[in-house]
Design a protein around this ligand. Sequence first.
Ligand SMILES: [Zn+2]
Length: 960
Amino acid sequence: MNLSAGAKLKGFTVNRIREEKELDGEMVEMTHDKTGAQLVWVNNNTENKLFCIGFKTLPEDSTGVFHILEHSVLCGSDKYPVKEPFVDLLKSSMNTFLNAMTFPDKTIYPVSSRNKCDFLNLVSVYLDAVFAPKLRENPGIFHQEGIHTEINDGVPSYKGVVFNEMKGAMSNVDSRLEQELLSLLFPDSIYRHNSGGDPAVIPDLTYDRYLKAYNKYYHPSNSRIFLDGSVPLEETLELIDSYLEKFGRGSEAGEIADQIPLTNEGTAYYEAAESQNIEKSAVFAIGKIIGSWKDRDKLLAAQVLMKTIADTNEAPLKRAVLSSGIAEDFQIEIEDGLSQPVMLVIARNMSDGDSEKIKTIISDTVKKLVKECIDKKSLTASINRFAYNSKQLSEPQGLERAIVSYNSWLYDGDPMTYLLFDEAVEGLRKMAEGDGFEKLLNDLLGSYDNCALLHLLPSRSFGKELREAEEARLKKEVSAFTEEDKKANKELNEKLDKWQKTPDSPEAAASIPLLPLSEVSEKPEFIKTREHFHGGARILFHPVASHGIVRISMYFPLTGLSLEELTAIGVLPNLYMELPTENYSVLELQQEIKTYIGGIHFSLCHHAKANDPKSCTPCLKVKAGFLKENLQKAKELIEEIILRTKFHDLDKIKEIALQVDEGARQFMIRNGHMVASKAALSRYSAEGAVDEAMHGFTNFKALHALARSFDEKSKALCDAIRKVYKTAIIRNGLTVSITADEEADVRDLTDAFPEGEKLPESAEYKIALPEKMGIAIPSQISYAVKCYNLNRCGAENSGALSVSSNILSYGYLWNAVRVQGGAYGSGLRSRLNGNILCYSYRDPSPARSLTVYDEISKYIKEFCEGDESLEKFIISSIADTEPLRTPGEQGDYADSLLFMGIGEEELIRRRKEMLHTTREQLLDLCGIFDKMAEEAAVCVSGGEEALKTCEGLTVFSIED
Ligand SMILES: [Zn+2]
């Protein structure tokens, strides 16, 4: 198509077209003639097509109204009058992305697909959702997604999806920290409000105010539409115009008033468990407004600067803080995506009384760095790393571009500003030659004027206080009810319940556009890996288009270690690059790495043959990505780090153990469903046992013990590391995989390792955790998991089982656990190794969810008797097997198939099975689900009170 500035197309006028090498294409900007809606298209021929509509939504309070609207518009619309078109699309489409997000000043609705027909379906449903939603006439949507009061046996409680989602979010120390710091930094600006919603404030919101907010902000004149990839432009614009043209010219949400920077200080609390040792659990944070969104170069410079002085333990500012022994961890973050981007300086695990000392240490170190200059080599290394990372977008890339474009576009700036890096990187290099970074450092941290200081303190009573305040509020609300109010509340709940339980009418269900099965390819994606052996090492090459970047993964089998030893080395991956090697100090090593390697990561992983529950292969994995021209240097560095890291400095190891312990603790609280799944699955296979030992609750307890009783426990760690080096860091049995445009020679890298004695390919492992287990965490919500393995009833994974996962996740569980139970999420997953798991996420009533899981076969029978399409679930299940993958992820995927012993034929067979799934096959699964209900292992992670409501759990605490 020949587009040029001034051209008219489907109700739009083209304003500007710019070719841009960095975007691999052009950016086309348009305005909708009638409404003034703005549109940007990044035309870059990417197969994946993305549509994203964003509204500028400026909160006036912390009721979370825009977050609740974000959920609500996806609950039915004029053309798609089903209860949840969003879920229907999850069930039926080949989307590569489908979601919506609320930010502090905007709400966005992105969808994407590789398939043109699917893409247009998705866009149509999303446009109808935002511009013609049912929420305008059905208050039940507000009550279900937002908030309502329910009275059971005389006891009132609040229910609502967002209400519970935010309870979970605010149980997280980091979310609380960010929210509290923003409110100190922006006392006069909209950014002081919690745009997601504060659970203590959400009940203030009324249906009327919510409707007003919808009418004010969801207008085309207040929208910005982003298109990316090979979208069918004319058809897409025509579709968009068909919605926009119904509106007249509206007004755009106003400008965001700038906060005049000021000095502010405050104290806030987070929930600690009754038994938690809170002596050194305070967090002290410093926030500062860096400037305006227009100061993009300054923001990038600030990012590079903070990486240079604070990203590793040996970086100068972090080293000064850690060496003082006052705080156990320290980090600096730059947050953009606000009209006034901010810097957050965070010191963790300290005594609250020590914050003045931290301030002095930071000031002294900053003065010294400004005076004596920041190390030039370190700066250059950080700029190199930054330049590399700026080119590594995660998938869907179009979504990343959309979000970043709003960093300037939302404030009426050029949508391209934040998408380009090359020129800025050159600017950073020049800046490093002079004293620009020192000046910037002085500007940002030279004094505490205009800074917000936050003391975030642990409180054993905070959780209880929140619960009591909520109860008191409910009591007050309900006791003020007149007879009429009581009646109205009863009616509201009855109506809501009835609406939730009434299935969509067949006519409504038929409104959701369905793809024919013929749109699905019979051939799954498959990377043809080349394999050869060299001196005992297995070398794999995955040919993947990767724009001159080479990715290497090395897998050292650890089958010589016992389960206890595998747990003991949990901290090992974190030691690499934070300890010196024979030829480099940590600082020198970091400089070399950042200069020559784009990214490098150490981890413990495991794999097993798909049909072998008895044994598995735990590994130490090293993964690195770098520019092709740096291959030689990268290989030398990888060799240096693995073979010549010096594990002698116990003080440094202790320091790292403390940091890892705190990180793992936060992970346990945030991701209770993952932790509970590992515990419950551990009994079913060697792989499950190893996963639990290396990454689960068992590992967390060991890390915690190591960090807190280091002198006593460090010997086991050192012994286990010695054993790793004696038995595993060898060439024999090593697998190296290369993902790149063309094969790189890694023979010299494998030759560097001693030949060694080859370990068994896999080993048997067993772990003994209770069959019904509870993990107590300080949290207002829970995660309930039930797991099973097909081996237990002599069954195998099948295409039908994969399809049933989507039927159950988006049909039964979505409705029973999320909609009716008020949990934020729930699902059923089945794995190739026979594992099946049901989980709930941010769940207010875990005991109820566990009983819901037991009724699965009943639902399957109902489904099979009903007339809901099976084909759509087949389509979405197959799409799930082929998410968009970055080149690095393609390499990992190819590795995992090889390790599982799954080849192309097997994938084709599985695809066929899925494509031809029948209702009879689904019915046959009921026996499995009944067995699962009877015998499944259970694990619930949640607050102590919630765990008491679940029967028969053996409860462990994450505290000592
Ligand atoms: Zn949400």
